[in-house]
Every structure is written in C-alpha cells, then in structure tokens.
Design a protein. Sequence first.
Length: 136
Amino acid sequence: MNDVFSFSIVTIVFVFVIILTIIKAVSRYHDRTLRHKERLIAIEKGLPIPMETPAPCKKPRNSHDSRGTGLILLFVGVGIFFSFMALSYVVGHIEAMAGGVFGLIPLFIGVGFLIDAFLLGKEEKKEEASNPDKKK
C-alpha cells in the first residue's frame, strides 16, 4: 500500500513537471514565431526592423533581498521538518520521520541567505559611513 501511494505521488509530480515544461516550450515557440512574423512584415514594408527589447538591468544586491529569501526558505524548511515529525506521530511509524531530513535542505539554505544578508548589511553600513552624502 505505501509503495503504491509513494509511486503515485511521484508519478503525479513528474507528470505535472512534464506538462509545465511542455507549456513553457510551446509558449516560447509561439513568442519566437510572432517575433519572426513581425520582422518579416517590417522587411516587406520597408520599415526598420524592430529591435529586441533589452534585458532589464540588474539592480544591485542589498541585504533586504537576501533576508527575505532566507526567512522564507528557513520557515519552509522548518515547516517541512515539523510536518514529517507530525506525520510520524500520527501514522505511528518512526520511518516517516526520515522525510523530515528533506526539510533541513531549505532550512540550511535559508540560514546561508540570512548570513549573506547580515554580511551585506555590514558592507552597506560601511559604504554609508564612507559616503554620507550618497542617497539610495
């Protein structure tokens, strides 16, 4: 029973990922086709070829980005960990607690982001101290 249940969940997730990948590929194909048609029509009419839209400029990293991401991942990890702990208690199988280890992955990634936010915050304070007239 457990093998069938776990196999069906993995299958559902896999099919969902495949469907999303196919939708993304079809969407990109449709977008490129429309862009190509637009260029051909412009060439036929003698108009200048429309330029590609430039990639948006990356904004400089700040500690707020890392802090938000870190907190989200930290609490996702804690949630996954405690969900498996509760599942283990409800089902009565200690083996279910092993799934909680997967909650530790985002938990520690979140801790890494929080450390990054702390270090970036220190750098920002140093820059503000050295350039007091610079405004954000």
